[in-house]
Design a binder for this molecule. Structure first.
Ligand SMILES: [Zn+2]
Length: 151
């Protein structure tokens, strides 16, 4: 089954639709935006949550792009928005976020080699959009490490 179908689940929009929405919201397609969308989808699946309402996010990205582009991807895929006070960005500037629903916490972090590949994109890709599309097609296991905890 194609990744797009699996990642979106049976009810919600598929991955491609989610990324299209994120691009519309954010203004451009970039690898950290895609990572943010994917992080949010992974968090919803692992926590068994629809996102909206009960979920909160503390991102360690800080507020400087392009790393902070993650925040917009997370907001789109989880519905945890700034306006609702459901997402906060803190230092130190890591590609990591903590998703929580009640008692359950899930920390997700983009793998060092993925971040490194993005930082050095000029060595392998013609544009950042190409990196974003490449990353979109990878598995969660290739992109992230994640760890559930109890409060
Ligand atoms: Zn961006």
């Amino acid at each position: 089954m194609p990744l797009e179908k699996r990642s979106g689940g049976s009810e919600g929009p598929c991955l491609q639709e989610m990324i299209d929405r994120a691009v519309e919201f954010h203004g451009h397609l970039g690898p950290f935006l895609v990572l943010g969308v994917r992080m949010g989808l992974l968090a919803k699946r692992e926590l068994g949550s629809s996102g909206f309402g009960e979920m909160k996010v503390i991102a360690k990205t800080g507020g400087v792009p392009s790393l902070s582009c993650l925040l917009d991807g997370i907001q789109i895929s989880t519905g945890c928005t700034m306006g609702k006070g459901k997402i906060f960005a803190e230092p130190p500037g890591l590609p990591e976020a903590e998703f929580s629903t009640g008692e359950r916490i899930l920390t997700i972090r983009a793998k060092d080699e993925v971040v490194d590949e993005i930082r050095r994109w000029r060595e392998r890709y013609p544009s950042l959009e190409d990196v974003a599309r490449e990353i979109q097609g990878r598995s969660d296991e290739e992109l992230f490490d994640w760890k559930p905890q109890k409060r």
